[in-house]
Design a protein. Structure first.
Length: 176
């Protein structure tokens, strides 16, 4: 399937009930910092986080789906109010399936943003598969849209801005 134009992407975002996000390389710049005692730190984009919060207040369900467990991810998602935090299994389809069943959301109503070969399988199942600009070639071959921004540098905000446009909502209305 050829890639969607931005206008076509916005039109498709109108059908989305749940936005699933990979963490490393999507919400972060794909870097992990380890201290000598194993303490882990990640860099998250503050604008991505702001738009995640605004969109959840506007009714979008957000879930993170990561192949590796990270306390840093737990901490950041708690800070943002993301309650659907799925981590620690390579089988992302298996991780998200029970959540979709619980929420009565079909795979066709899910957009997923990924960056790596681990994201190809889930991208093949969702209604709107998305890759960040600096994603691997294998993923870019199967998605319907590629963001202009790289992971950890505004790609998630870009996707969520399109959701707001699709829903004819002003994100400023949801500011605290």
């Amino acid at each position: 399937m050829p890639l969607l134009t931005r206008d076509q992407f916005i039109e498709r975002m109108a059908e989305i009930k749940l936005l699933a996000l990979d963490v490393d390389g999507v919400l972060t710049d794909d870097s992990i910092y380890f201290g000598p005692d194993g303490f882990e730190m990640k860099r998250f984009d503050i604008s991505d986080g702001l738009f995640m919060k605004l969109s959840m207040q506007a009714g979008l369900i957000i879930a993170v789906v990561s192949g590796r467990h990270s306390v840093a991810t737990d901490s950041r998602m708690k800070d943002l109010g993301v309650t659907h935090v799925l981590q620690g299994k390579a089988n992302k389809v298996g991780m998200i399936s029970p959540l979709l069943e619980k929420l009565s959301v079909n795979f066709s109503e899910v957009a997923f943003v990924g960056n790596e070969i681990l994201d190809v399988e889930l991208s093949g199942r969702v209604g709107l598969p998305i890759a960040v600009a600096d994603a691997c070639h294998d993923l870019k071959e199967v998605v319907h849209y590629i963001t202009a921004q790289p992971g950890g540098r505004g790609a998630v905000r870009e996707v969520i801005e399109c959701w707001f446009l699709a829903k004819h909502l002003d994100p400023k209305k949801y500011l605290p």
